[in-house]
Design a protein around this ligand. Sequence first.
Ligand code: PLP
Length: 305
Amino acid sequence: MALTGKKIWLDGEMMDWDKAKVHVLTHALHYGTGYFEGIRCYALEDGRSAVFRLDEHVRRLFDSGKILGFPLPRSFEEIKKAILDVVRANGLKECYIRPIAFVGLGEMGLYAPDNPIHIAIAAWSWGAYLGDDGIKNGIRAKVSSYTRHHVNVMMTKSKVSGNYINSVLAKSEVKNAGYDEAIMLDPDGYVAEASGENIFIARGRRIKTTPLTSILAGITRDSVVELARDKGYEVVEERFTRDELYTADEAFFTGTAAELTPIREVDNRKVGERCPGPATHELQSAFFDIIKGKDKKYSRWLAYV
Ligand SMILES: *Cc1c(COP(=O)(O)O)cnc(C)c1O
């Protein structure tokens, strides 16, 4: 079923959903010269709605443009306001928000410094990315045969459209083989991340996640690292291997779309004794309390709509 909604913000104008179109010779459509964000807005228990870590997402959007050399021709405050406006204009209490900046119509060659840079912002209802059962009982992951980007082949800190072919290949490969999500190894063979999520493992109260070197610096990852440390877990950012993943007590993915999803199985091996394990369960429920506005200690992460 095609995605639908009421309004989309495009280049400063709030327009009807169906009117937000681009030309087929848009540069980004041919070469992947776009960059985007994935943001979530949650309904709070007091009836309000709030966007989770809005400033950090907008900052990363600007950073992506800077890394690529296609800076966003808009101000930080304007983008922030437009995101909140889109949520309101669509009348959504809870939604996924997708800002995307892209190189538009002009020169068709690869070097097109004078082409316009457009930005669109859309929002829609999107439930658990890896399924409600996945969030509750964990998912089955498989290590993909596709390697994650080398840091000097693609810019891994930028959420650039072109990067996602690597993710699409990996995700399709494992989905077609009957698994839920792909885990990708870096060019040295260490665990990097999933197709659109960061990865954590736990042994007792010691938690490990991959260092930022070759991965997308997830905002959910950052939130969970801080949260786990606040709860007294030891958290280390260190490379780890595929066999360490097999022998972990617990493993989970983090991401705006996937939120905090437990990993039940890797390469047909059961992870730990039960899923979700105690650390995953504690962090997951603490995370859900924060996004629902139930834990005032982290209310600085919420931008009210
Ligand atoms: C977006 C993304 C993540 C998760 O980042 P969040 O800020 O937590 O949403 C992780 N890995 C990749 C490759 C991503 O694109």
